[in-house]
Design a protein around this ligand. Structure first.
Ligand SMILES: [Zn+2]
Length: 280
């Protein structure tokens, strides 16, 4: 994979080194954080469900624009690539793609979905249309999940962008309207379909970006390995020593790989309809 010629996105907000403003533990914060957890937090989350969090106080503002350091550049280029791909896909259906903002932070930060913490893994907040990423997650992928590789890292960003696409298409509302109205097992089933669709959308991005960023079969194997490593079954097995399918919120390793590949092979978002699929 080679991002050398890729345009960097300027839709990056760099909050690294800023620390956290505000504080105070509130009951409301826990609720907000749980909602946010179900809406889109990713790998790593399963290990930290019981984490206590605080309500958002002040919204922080970071430095706008593509960062100069290597990791920041990488994230800005991947985001730039997703903007190009989704921009033209939306255009083909006479719609306009509204790009999300990528927030880079360290340890913890405020979001319109509650306080984000590194331990939760990368997440998307539909309320402010921002993707939150602590770059230390990429080190964890290598150390804890044994999922190294640039394209595996890019896949993580593309997955969160997939959630943003769901916000734009309205798919996100399925989850929001189910919140608090259906039994937890049913809610989790909807969440799994949301997550697998985001995986499929990440694949759609890979399909179209593939030529420009010179994807090779090794890159793809690394991303499939990452999808395998962060399946709920694998994470649960690691964290609690057993697998409870009803509590899955992201899908099994096999399902994540299958939907990612599906998008990667076809490049068509229409093929990512996990909500109508008879089998996942
Ligand atoms: Zn997700």
């Amino acid at each position: 994979m080679d991002l050398g010629n890729q345009r960097e996105s300027s839709n990056v907000e760099d909050r690294r080194g800023m620390g956290m403003v505000g504080g105070g533990l509130g009951v409301g914060g826990v609720v907000v954080a749980l909602v946010a957890y179900f809406l889109g937090f990713d790998p790593g989350t399963a290990l930290n469900v019981a984490e206590q969090v605080t309500a958002p106080h002040q919204m922080q503002q970071g430095k706008k624009g593509a960062p100069a350091d290597e990791n920041g550049q990488f994230a800005a280029k991947v985001l730039g690539s997703t903007e190009g791909v989704w921009g033209s896909i939306f255009q083909q259906s006479n719609a306009q793609y509204r790009a999300p903002t990528l927030v880079l932070y360290e340890r913890q930060t405020g979001s319109a979905c509650g306080r984000g913490q590194s331990a939760m893994g990368p997440f998307y907040c539909p309320n402010d249309e921002k993707l939150y990423l602590d770059l230390s997650f990429f080190r964890d992928m290598q150390a804890r999940f044994h999922a190294p590789g640039d394209f595996a890292r890019a896949y993580v960003i593309a997955h969160e962008v997939g959630h943003h696409v769901q916000k734009l298409t309205g798919a996100f509302r399925r989850l929001e309207s189910a919140q608090g109205r259906v039994p937890e097992a049913e809610y989790n089933r909807i969440s799994v379909r949301m997550e697998l669709q985001a995986d499929c959308y990440a694949g759609v991005w890979g399909h179209h970006a593939g030529t420009a960023i010179q994807l090779n079969s090794g890159d793809i194997a690394a991303a499939l390995n990452a999808a395998t490593a962060i399946g709920d079954d694998r994470l649960q097995q690691q964290s609690q020593g057993r697998v409870v399918p009803e509590s899955f919120t992201h899908g099994s390793s096999e399902q994540r790989v299958r939907w990612f590949k599906r998008g990667l092979d076809s490049g068509r978002p229409q093929d990512c309809d996990t909500f109508s699929a008879a089998a996942l």
